[in-house]
Design a protein around this ligand. Structure first.
Ligand code: ADE
Length: 229
């Protein structure tokens, strides 16, 4: 899978996409992630990429020309399955959407910008608008990193058996069960006996029960959800 990320703050994205599972997926060429500095496509001596909004509302708006020029260049090289824009007014991101995107071959993510982008970008160039939650970030870069992380870790081969995506929270609309490691007792706090029993069937049953308990207690909405699987 190839992910092209368009941003005015490339440095902000480099670190979150350079460690752990994402690094391994990139090293194994499962994911090619290319971060593009939009300013390289900016206008004039100062490489301008944003301007005041028509109508006088305060705040700078990302201009269509540099975005369009960069996207056209990318589209000449390969077809894109989805062109995503990160914005708090997009469709809420969830595991189902991460699963869907992980099956695509080439995507572009355009990071949102302060006051937003020229609406014509959204109307004519973007195929999907995504929000990572009901709060406002300073820009779309962290949202792009979240989406990329959630997608890339699902690519076949990115996770080893130990960290298999199948046992993740949300993958089957349930939160993951609690996990423990050594020591089996610490300051009188004990690991549940069943996990030390060596009986795989009993352990599986216990994990299922705990998953269900946790979901009922913390996220009952997931149990009645038809759109999050
Ligand atoms: N940009 C700013 N806030 C955002 C959010 N919640 N989701 C996606 N992009 C954003």
């Amino acid at each position: 899978m190839r992910i092209d990320i368009i941003t005015v703050l490339p440095e902000l994205l480099k670190s979150p996409l350079s460690y752990s599972i994402i690094k391994r997926a990139r090293d194994k060429s499962l994911a090619e992630i290319v971060i593009h500095d939009l300013r390289r496509y900016g206008k004039g001596k100062y490489r301008q990429v944003d301007d005041y909004s028509f109508g006088g509302d305060a705040g700078m708006v990302l201009m269509i020309e540099p975005v369009c020029r960069l996207m056209e260049e990318l589209k000449k090289e390969r077809p894109y399955d989805e062109i995503i824009y990160t914005s708090p007014d997009g469709v809420p991101f969830n595991q189902k959407e991460a699963n869907r995107i992980s099956c695509l071959k080439n995507i572009i993510i355009l990071c949102g910008h302060y006051k937003g982008v020229d609406q014509r970008i959204r109307d004519h160039l973007i195929t999907k608008e995504i929000s990572i939650g009901d709060y406002v970030l300073s820009g779309g870069e962290l949202a792009a990193a979240v989406i990329t992380d959630a997608v890339v870790r699902l690519l076949p081969g990115a996770l080893n058996d130990e960290t298999s995506a199948l046992t993740d929270s949300f993958q089957d609309d349930l939160l993951a069960p609690p996990v423990y490691t050594r020591p089996s007792e610490f300051m009188g706090w004990k690991v549940p006996d069943v996990l030390l029993s060596g009986n795989p069937e009993k352990i599986r049953q216990w994990q299922e029960e705990k998953s269900l308990d946790r979901t009922e207690r913390l996220r009952p909405d997931l149990l009645h959800n038809t759109d999050n699987g």
